[in-house]
Design a protein around this ligand. Structure first.
Ligand code: UDP
Ligand code: MG
Length: 322
């Protein structure tokens, strides 16, 4: 079964105990329906509930299941990366554990994938998310398109997709720590297509993303894929310098022709705080890049595996890769 594995499913799991049983059943039913050999790789991302106990159970009863336990909470992307390093299928499915992506829709994605497309992503025809998250992510996508000069297909950002083993190999060869897999797939340039899929509301529990986590992810996306924020400092600096020369000239002329200008301290104060604000902002932006250089330089692993549970006898050789 291992040799010519057709489908690998990767599920990052962080405190999803109430969703796992139904997810596992619906996945198994769908995959049995497709009729190809498959594996389901659950990655427990340091859950504090009983998720890992359930996953262990699935793995002990079902040879299709591999449960990987990370030592602590590393985040959704590191968890997916652990899955990508393990997956052996020709088609690799990325799906959330909260049943927002209906497992039954894998069939549709897989049909499209079989036409020979490397990345088939689900388009959320009816995205079920709160308004501010929808408009927030639309704005971020617009910004990324402008900064990177790429066209992001409709809602490609949704994590639900099938990628080919070629894409997995390319992603696995990337030594960067933090990157957005959706944008990276565009950057890598593989063929892609979208298929409309249902998007349900979260089955149980709450979103694992706080506003701060989302802000950091967005920053990672912008800083990781674009030099524009750095360049913006040069542009802004040049514009301000030019402006100050013009204002200086204007004042000198006023002095020469004898108009005595006595401006209040308010304008000076505003000018100084404005410039200090701009300088701090760009110092911060440079800091974002430096912090990432620092992180990459240290070369720490992106995730650390504590345990791998599987009923398959063959010893799994899974290394914690950085
Ligand atoms: N997740 C994870 N680690 C985290 C946060 C989330 O593995 O630190 C998993 C989570 O269990 C789910 C998926 O990533 O399977 C998407 O998370 P969530 O549904 O909370 O995100 P949202 O749908 O709100 O974007
Ligand atoms: Mg969700």
């Amino acid at each position: 079964m291992e040799r010519q594995l057709e489908i690998s499913i990767i599920v990052p799991v962080y405190n999803e105990e109430p969703n796992l049983q139904e997810l596992y059943q619906r996945l198994t039913k769908t995959l049995t329906g497709i009729g190809k050999n498959y594996e389901i790789i659950f990655i427990d991302d340091g859950s504090s509930d009983a998720s890992i106990t359930l996953l262990q159970e699935f793995a002990s009863q079902d040879p299709h299941v591999i449960a990987i336990k990370l030592t602590r909470n590393f985040g959704q992307h590191p968890a997916i990366t652990a899955g990508l390093h393990t997956a052996k299928g020709r088609a690799v499915v990325l799906i959330d554990a909260d049943l927002q992506n209906p497992p039954e829709e894998i069939t549709k994605l897989y049909e499209k994938f079989c036409e020979g497309i490397d990345v088939v992503y689900g388009i959320r025809a009816n995205r079920v998310d709160v308004g501010w998250r929808k408009s927030g992510s639309n704005f971020v996508m617009w910004l990324i398109e402008k900064l990177l000069g790429v066209k992001i297909p409709d809602d490609m950002i949704s994590g639900f997709r099938i990628i080919s083993h070629k894409v997995v190999a390319a992603l696995n060869s990337i030594r960067e720590q933090q990157y957005d897999t959706s944008i990276m797939m565009l950057w890598l340039g593989f063929s892609h297509a979208g298929v409309a899929v249902r998007h349900d509301s979260r089955n149980a529990g709450e979103s694992k993303y706080t506003t701060w986590k989302l802000i950091y992810l967005t920053l990672d996306m912008l800083v990781g894929f674009s030099d524009f924020p750095l360049r913006a400092a040069s542009i802004m600096g040049s514009v301000l310098a030019l402006l100050s020369i013009l204002v200086g000239l204007y004042m000198a002329i006023q002095k020469i022709v004898g108009i005595i200008d006595v401006p209040g301290y308010a304008s000076i104060f505003v000018g100084i705080t404005f410039l200090a604000g701009i300088q701090l902002l760009f110092l911060g932006i440079i800091g974002e890049y430096v912090a990432r250089i620092h992180r990459e330089m240290k070369g720490r692993p992106y995730y650390v595996i504590s345990e791998v549970y599987t009923s398959i006898k063959e010893k799994l050789k899974i290394a914690a890769k950085g």
